[in-house]
Design a protein around this ligand. Structure first.
Ligand code: ATP
Ligand code: MG
Length: 364
């Protein structure tokens, strides 16, 4: 049997609290025939306190060895004054860069039990299940030149460069089509080809990859501004949305608010497939941050973290049945009314972090 190597990086704030609940789930699977080889290490402020860095070389080496990295959250006011190069967030950026994690997958799922927590009307979001695939290592975040220049008259000029290459667009398009094939088989590609050359190239290449490699999948091109509007008007028309780094940042935050709480949203970041092994580097993390305001109080909702482990089951380990089972367990716990404070109905009783983990294990 293939071993499943899992590296846990709980990090700071509520990170360790929500990771403990994942460990309960991992324990349940181990007792029921799906074993994991699990290691843990420090990242973020915790790594800075112990080693003076945001992630140690030993932890980086473990991340390179792992089949999947589970990442909690980093940062908090305690480390506001630490030098920029070793700030807690630098640990995550280093992981993304060194593991080559170019594809960020953010599902937005609206559980029927939580449809009233959405920013939109129940009928617009109930049963929503879409996936945003954001390109994570290119585009305007990294293109050069990127600078603020002072001109002769003392005024300034700022430049950011939106830059994409054929290869970068091909590989993110393949991730999106591949995913769609396992879902409802529809890809919506969002760009601004009406005003941007990168958008023109994006559309050309997505069209070619579709024609040559995924002709059975439905493809539509949508301008990014229209996509934002459609996400709020009728989000259920989408299955997989593929887009660049900047538009993906914005569109995935819009999609997040369709589903209710930050504490519900998992994510995955995937690297390239190794042609020799067929496997790929991957990191799974909740969308939320370290939530210093509730850290240490046992109030954090662990479902985003547990759902991130579910994505690891699905996308790194190919354990589709286990992933489906975990998703059903989460849905059933929510349907039973067991909720943390962030998703409880006004005035309703809320439970703590550990009770949610226990309830999901019981449901499994
Ligand atoms: P970051 O910059 O790391 O993304 P942030 O400033 O965006 O962090 P979060 O740490 O995600 O913010 O927290 C935003 C708000 O959401 C806080 O009030 C926090 O308590 C709440 N929150 C975040 N995650 C959870 C969770 N898992 N359960 C309950 N509440 C949460
Ligand atoms: Mg944030």
């Amino acid at each position: 049997m293939a071993t499943h190597k899992l590296l846990l990086l709980p990090g700071d704030g509520i990170g360790p609290e929500v990771m403990r609940e994942v460990e309960k789930i991992v324990g349940w699977f181990a007792r029921n025939g799906v074993g994991f080889e699990t290691e843990a290490d420090l990242v973020g402020g915790a790594a800075y306190d112990a080693h003076g860095v945001s992630i140690s070389e030993a932890a980086m080496a473990r991340a390179q060895e792992a089949d999947a990295v589970l990442f909690g959250a980093v940062g908090g006011p305690k480390w506001d004054g630490v030098p920029y190069a070793v700030r807690p967030e630098a640990g995550l950026l280093r992981l993304r860069k060194d593991l080559g994690l170019f594809a960020n997958l953010r599902p937005a799922i609206c559980y029927p039990a939580l449809a009233d927590a959405s920013s939109l009307k129940r009928e617009v979001v109930e049963g929503l299940d879409i996936m945003i695939v954001r390109e994570l290592t290119g585009g305007v975040y990294f293109g050069e030149p990127k600078e603020i220049v002072t001109l002769e008259d003392g005024s300034q000029r700022a430049v950011d460069t939106q830059l994409y290459t054929t290869g970068e667009i091909e590989r993110i398009a393949r991730v999106a089509f591949d995913l769609a094939g396992k879902r409802r088989n529809k890809v919506s590609s969002a760009e601004k080809s009406n005003v941007m050359k990168t958008g023109v190239l994006w559309r050309q290449i997505v069209t070619r990859i579709h024609r040559e490699e995924f002709p059975a999948t439905q493809l539509e091109h949508v301008l990014a501004d229209n996509c934002a509007m459609q996400l709020v008007r009728n989000p259920k028309q989408f299955d997989v949305i593929v887009t660049d780094n900047l538009f993906g940042d914005i569109l995935s935050d819009i999609a997040a608010m369709l589903t209710g709480s930050l504490g519900m949203l998992p994510s995955a970041s995937l690297g390239a497939v190794d042609p020799k092994t067929g496997s790929r580097k991957a990191l799974y993390e909740p969308v939320h941050g370290s939530a210093p305001d509730i850290a240490g109080k046992g109030l954090a909702n662990p479902i985003a973290m547990i759902g991130s482990f579910g994505m690891a089951l699905r996308y790194s380990f190919g354990l589709i049945e286990a992933a489906d089972m975990l998703d059903r367990a989460i849905a059933n716990v929510l349907a039973s009314g067991t909720r943390t404070r962030d998703i409880a109905a006004p005035g309703a009783n809320a439970v703590g972090t550990q009770e949610i983990g226990d309830a999901i294990v019981k449901e499994l």
